[in-house]
Design a protein around this ligand. Structure first.
Ligand SMILES: [Mn+2]
Length: 292
């Protein structure tokens, strides 16, 4: 269990390690890769995921962000992921979600949880942690991000984001105010549109990205599909590049990479929505869906 000083030194150690790494993580050619979506303060989801990682001798682990808020065990979830990140070399990638932002935490619960469990001095440490989390990751096939594809120039929509832009961001400031970074953490896919539309539900400069927007991005960067979190779905939802989507994926269902080529896969893993908590394990040529 956490003590104040232990938790904060854990956070500070993680910041030190994160600062030596990039804002875009290249996972290389290691398999299996385990992926989990939004956890939102439900510790049992983290435990179930950990069991899956052990069972499959996973080589890389990608957390898609949104560790805190909504549920009441955000401190415990964060503490366990940070311990895991610090003890496993370069095995664990902890991406930033839109809830890794103290302004969000003041509205959605984690700020109160943090102060009640650790005192108000903890908040600045957490803020520095958030601003140093990587924003995206990729391997040979997949792009991993919390929200998705941004419009770099929302008038000239065919100008695609290059991953080198993310990789080139400098340390020492919080990039959440950067329009491109903000959209990577906030945007949602919508296969019924072609390029981009303003998302007036989420607001704040967020967009829906359509099927031409995401295929353009994948082609520009030489990737095959996107795995992201951010939206409440029943464990998993797959947008196809013909504008249709697949929402019924059975537990333990195997999907070959040909089947999800140019698709956007949403993975959601919390319990507050009362749907399934989903996770994926990626192998060399296929991925398998698991209910946690
Ligand atoms: Mn989110």
């Amino acid at each position: 269990m956490h003590s104040k000083s232990n938790f904060l030194s854990l956070v500070d150690d993680a910041v030190e390690k994160l600062q030596k790494g990039p804002f875009h993580v290249n996972l290389g050619n290691s398999y299996p890769v385990a992926v989990i979506g939004d956890i939102h303060g439900f510790y049992d989801v983290f435990e179930a995921f950990q069991n899956l990682i052990d069972e499959y001798s996973v080589k890389k682990v990608v957390f898609l962000g949104d560790y805190v808020d909504r549920g009441y065990e955000g401190v415990e979830v964060l503490e366990s992921i940070l311990n895991f990140y610090l003890s496993e070399g370069d095995k664990v990638v902890m991406l930033r979600g839109n809830h890794e932002d103290l302004r969000m935490n003041r509205v959605y619960g984690f700020y109160g949880e943090l102060v009640s469990k650790l005192g108000s001095k903890a908040a600045p440490h957490i803020g520095i942690l958030y601003s140093n989390l990587p924003l995206s990751a990729s391997n040979k096939n997949a792009f991993f991000v919390h929200g998705g594809v941004p419009c770099v120039d929302c008038i000239n929509v065919e100008k695609a984001l290059k991953i080198s832009y993310v990789a080139g961001l400098k340390r020492g400031r919080d990039h959440i105010a950067d329009k491109v970074v903000f959209q990577m953490l906030w945007n949602d896919p919508d296969g019924s549109i072609e390029w981009f539309e303003v998302n007036s539900v989420r607001g704040g400069g967020s967009y829906y990205y359509g099927r031409r927007a995401w295929t353009n991005f994948l082609n520009e960067n030489g990737l095959d599909f996107i795995i992201r979190g951010h939206e409440v779905v029943d464990g998993i939802l797959i947008w196809r590049d013909d504008g249709r989507y697949v929402s019924k994926v059975k537990n333990r269902e195997v999907m070959y990479y040909d089947y999800v080529y140019h698709n956007v896969i949403t993975l959601f893993s919390s319990r507050y929505h009362l749907g399934r908590a989903g996770s994926l394990i990626l192998f060399k040529d296929e991925m398998e869906f698991f209910e946690l």
